[in-house]
Design a protein around this ligand. Structure first.
Ligand SMILES: [Fe+2]
Length: 298
């Protein structure tokens, strides 16, 4: 890849420098069309959690203990049992085993501080409180340091099955369980170190796509079955059946050179997915890619 070539992301040309030096949002912003716009109580709660989590992130304090209110608990109790039933049928074994070990229940919203302590003992990973979606490179700098950024707010109650941004349900039920697995933790950490080390925008974009089509929206083979592996699918009652059963979805084997050249649109249901033969395969492919890019990770 040449550094000078134009990069395309989400269908638009982007500045390679923005991949390397991302902006930092210091205030809560809900995007146009967000279901919480106009709900002053929700916005106040989001602002409060934004400030608290940002402070804890920047000062390295670890996840704060949150007193979740009745509405937040109601949403959790509505969404998590539906997801749990879909997980039992369709999630990868790696995910199901980890979710059981973490004892994430349908009744109470877990405290990330406790999950973080458990992960640290198991795979030397920990959770970093995030005020919202962090810029990709910032996000992966934490991961390179074995910290996974996780939001602590809950989506708006008018649409419990939908969130336009990663929230606690996405993070906690999608991303956190697999962090209990050593291969998964090493795969992630290597992506993080590589992204944090390279100064080439096109390499950051390639690594971002590698992780999008595996960590975020990957499928994985288990014997003759295809199971859900990616957190973006695992945290959505719509995406799980869509990813496995819809005729609109193109599913093809995970070939790294195809994956890193494939653009996607994060704002809609994902209709192009890749099936990895195994987790060790993904790890080997990533290691080979990082070597090929000449990124010297410590
Ligand atoms: Fe995610």
């Amino acid at each position: 890849m040449k550094a000078a070539e134009t990069l395309i992301e989400y269908g638009n040309p982007i500045d390679p420098a923005a991949m390397v030096t991302p902006p930092d949002a210091t205030k809560l912003e809900l995007e146009p069309g967000h279901p919480g716009l106009g709900d002053q109580g929700y916005i106040r709660r989001r602002q409060e959690l934004f400030a608290l989590c940002r402070k804890h992130r920047l000062e390295g304090l670890g996840p704060p203990i949150i007193q979740y209110n009745a509405e937040e608990t109601r949403i959790w109790r509505e969404v998590s049992p539906k997801l749990d039933e879909l997980h039992i049928k369709h999630a990868s074994q790696l995910y199901l085993q980890a979710k059981r070990e973490l004892a994430i229940t349908r009744d109470e919203i877990p405290q990330l501080r406790h999950l973080s302590d458990r992960l640290r003992r198991e795979t030397d990973m920990h959770l970093v409180p995030a005020e919202g979606a962090l810029p990709y490179r910032t996000f992966y700098e934490y991961i390179g340091d074995r910290g996974f950024p996780v939001t602590q707010f809950i989506r708006h109650g008018s649409h419990p099955e939908f969130t336009p941004e990663p929230d606690m349900i996405h993070d906690c039920l999608g991303h956190v369980p697999p962090l209990m697995n050593r291969d998964y933790a090493e795969l992630l950490t290597l992506i993080g170190k590589a992204v944090a080390t390279t100064t080439h925008g096109e390499q950051v974009l390639a690594l971002k796509r590698f992780s999008w089509f595996s960590i975020e929206f990957g499928l994985i083979a288990e014997g003759d079955a295809i199971k859900v592996f990616g957190a973006g699918i695992l945290s959505s009652t719509g995406e799980i059946p869509y990813s496995l059963q819809s005729a609109e979805v193109k599913r093809e084997p995970f070939v790294t050179d195809v994956v890193i050249a494939t653009d996607y649109d994060p704002s809609r249901m994902q209709d192009h997915l890749f099936i990895a033969p195994s987790l060790p395969f993904l790890r080997r492919e990533l290691e080979a890619l990082v070597r090929r890019f000449g990124i010297a990770v410590a």
